[in-house]
Design a protein around this ligand. Structure first.
Ligand code: NDP
Length: 436
């Protein structure tokens, strides 16, 4: 612990994870014999580089770039690139660690990695983003490849940035579409990748609810964020008959009793970050609350989907969700949106809790399908991808609940189930490979 005391989010990811493994470790003494816990918490490789770029006024700037190649026991390193001023080694270690076990849960041949830069894309021109992204890739390209390390998008990195990154990779190497995922579909991207994390999250939730003879249909739902994951969570939840009564962004939240539509969020996203403040121009009957978290709102609803960012729900907010909102279930679209103290509240109050590692694995799963399509020089239809995604999310849910039943005697302890199942796959492969 003391080794990482200067990396709070990474430490939090470790403290969320390791205690839940105890019942598994008791039955598997080889984990301690090989000192796997210490080994698995260290990335295989951590690459840091400088990224010089020129703004439109001709002024030069320097940002930092990273790629963390966390674990390759199950396949090539795989995980997104995040452009955000808050990115640092601590954040990327936490994300790379989580990604390793998330990828393992998909049962697809994926190792774990993550990368990014402290570059702030907000307010930058197209050309500035292009110059920055090309400079970033000029260095990153030395360490990646279709069978080696396959980055994708994350916060601040969408189709546009992936397009620029691929162009630069191709210029410096050779045309290899499989080196990145999340590409536009006219450049060998997979249909359904944009929707995959949000849709997958809702499929996961629907499976968990079915197991309790419940359905999403007619449920009142709140989703945080208005970004990629949130928008497609709203879309699929609405398609399955739920009503999304509130959404948020970094500057406030909107309450709309008639139900928020994904199409509205897509329209607003064209106006840039923080665009939720314009929502009431379109729907005067809705209400906008500035500088407030949607998790502080006191109204009754059934299911919460945090889809914005890490640590957006603390203990007090979790108590509000349980006592005032009286939610029955919470499924995480974002990575680690709940603090450890918030998770304790979900347990105390019997809230069905879908841990992000499992519930938001749909995006990386479809990225793996994109890799498979690229290798085969094929492009599958949206129907085929969506069908596979549904099966993958059902299998992840089943794996988590069965593992939880086996090791902690409680099929609803999806946190323990996800952590143990993901860990077991990675640890077994590491031992079989002689711990390399
Ligand atoms: P986006 O950048 O598309 O959207 C992020 C959303 O969260 C925006 O609405 C943003 O608001 C809001 N937000 C950002 N910071 C805060 C904050 N401090 N408080 C409140 N709201 C905030 O990102 P994604 O949708 O791609 O990712 C969201 C989360 O899901 C991240 O944790 C990511 O790692 C995780 N994830 C993403 C996957 C994917 O496929 N994209 C896959 C698996 C996990 P604003 O518009 O005002 O900036």
């Amino acid at each position: 612990e003391s080794k990482h005391s200067d990396k709070p989010e990474f430490l939090q990811a470790l403290t969320e994870f390791f205690p839940t493994l105890e019942p598994y470790i008791e039955e598997h003494p080889e984990i301690e014999d090989y000192n796997i816990l210490e080994l698995i918490a260290e990335p295989e490789r951590l690459i840091q580089f400088r990224v010089p770029w020129e703004d439109d006024e001709g002024k030069w700037h320097v940002n930092l770039g990273w790629r963390i190649q966390f674990n390759s026991a199950l396949g090539p390193y795989k995980g997104g690139i995040r452009f955000n001023p808050n990115v640092n080694e601590n954040i990327l270690r936490f994300l790379g660690f989580e990604q390793t076990f998330k990828n393992a849960l998909t049962s697809l041949p994926l190792g774990g990695g993550k990368g990014g830069s402290d570059f702030n894309p907000n307010g930058k021109s197209e050309r500035e983003v292009m110059r920055f992204t090309q400079s970033f890739m000029s260095e990153l390209q030395k360490y990646i490849g279709p069978d080696r390390d396959v980055p994708a998008g994350d916060m601040g990195v969408g189709h546009r940035e992936i397009g620029y990154m691929y162009g630069q990779y191709k210029r410096l190497n050779r045309p290899e579409p499989g080196v990145l995922t999340g590409k536009p579909t006219n450049q060998w991207g997979s249909f359904g990748r944009t929707e995959a994390t949000g849709y997958g999250l809702v499929y996961f939730a629907e499976n968990a609810l079915w197991n309790h003879n419940e359905r999403l249909s007619k449920k009142r739902v709140v989703v945080s964020g208005t970004g990629n994951v949130s928008t497609y969570t709203v879309e699929k939840a609405t398609q399955l008959g739920a009503k999304v009564i509130a959404v948020s962004d970094s500057q406030g939240y909107v309450y709309h009793e008639e139900g928020v539509q994904a199409e509205t969020l897509k329209k607003l996203s064209k106006r840039g970050r923080g665009a939720l403040k314009y929502y009431t121009e379109l729907y005067p009957e809705a209400e906008y609350f500035k500088d407030k978290s949607v998790w502080e709102v006191q109204m009754k609803y059934d299911i919460a989907f945090p889809c914005a960012t890490q640590n957006e729900i603390d203990r007090e907010m979790a108590l509000n969700l349980a006592e005032n909102c009286k939610i029955k279930a919470l499924f995480e679209g974002a990575n680690m949106p709940s603090t450890d103290a918030a998770i304790e509240v979900y347990k105390e109050k019997n809230i069905l809790y879908g841990l992000g590692k499992a519930a938001n694995a749909g995006g990386v799963a479809v990225s793996a399908l994109e890799m498979a399509q690229n290798s085969q020089r094929e492009q599958w239809s949206i129907e085929e991808v969506d069908e596979r995604l549904q099966v993958i999310m059902k299998d992840i849910y089943t794996l988590c609940s069965e593992t939880a039943k086996k090791y902690v005697g409680d099929q609803d302890n999806l946190q323990a189930g996800a952590n143990i199942a993901g860990f077991a796959r990675v640890a077994e492969a590491m031992i079989q490979q002689g711990l390399v």
